[in-house]
Design a protein. Sequence first.
Length: 340
Amino acid sequence: MTTASVADADKTAYWRGAVSRAMVPVEVHPRAERPFDGLLVSHRLGYLRISTLEADAARLSRTAALIERAPSGEPQVAVGVQEAGRAVLEQDGRRAEVPPGGLVVYDTARPYALDYPERFRTHLFHLPRRLLGVPERDLRQAAATAVGPTEGCGPVLLPFLGVLAASAHSYPAPVGDRLAGSVADLLSALVTELAGARPTARADAPHTHLVRRVREYVDHHLADPELAPERIAHAHHISVRYLHRIFEGEGVTVSRLIQRRRLEACARELARRGRTAPTVSAVAQRWGFVNPAHFSRTFRAAYGVSPREWRERRDEDERRDVRQLRGVTDPRGARDGDAG
């Protein structure tokens, strides 16, 4: 989607519509007085949306009013990777300056502003927030934090995300689905790292490292139907009572954590598309659910739909996104939509 063939007076509105449809609704305020020039390329790998923007200097704002007016949908976590030009992200009262070659994390469910003071090129990755499986407070701590190419997870994440954005169009659906899962895991690790680096993340609490080890143990043993607080406590040489005690400040019990992480793994797999998609019962058993009926009830309670309906809705969402993206390739259609 490009502004090249759009009348000068309509370029900004067209660009706003294109960005809002491809990602989340935003306001666009160009910095230059000349007609705005922008190019947007967007791809989807499973539940992961990858958008590459190359445009003139501008400020993209997601206001509280836009969030309130937007249709209900899953909250998204976004990561911006700067290829060229600088970016400044503001969210939750914090400000992160992102140089070329760096990245920044933000939460689209809360107001934010992305300021590009010069012509820029950036890759934006959007995926459902719940798929990261991190506590809400960790995400808030990680938001508006810039990561350079030599800092923390930067040396691993930045090259991978850059290559993935450049080659997203070439992957068949089964490969793209697996790559999306890898991105979710890597971003979860990034958020955990960034949250732990902030003083307010209670990194000095005596049981913080133990909680992290327990979370990692749970993630590595989700497929074991016998995974339970008793087994976790035994593996970490602590009592079950102490295990429950250290999770009192986590906002979730150990049993609920196991169930939630299993449901998230099932939801990710059911959202993947391929020619040989596994059955719902096979997915449930693969992630530690022994009773298919219990799995269906638990899944519906968590997501509001049955596992089968979830899979069908993912397919419909993909078809809708394709229709929307095709719609904004017609400048007249985009202007009409903006006017409405």
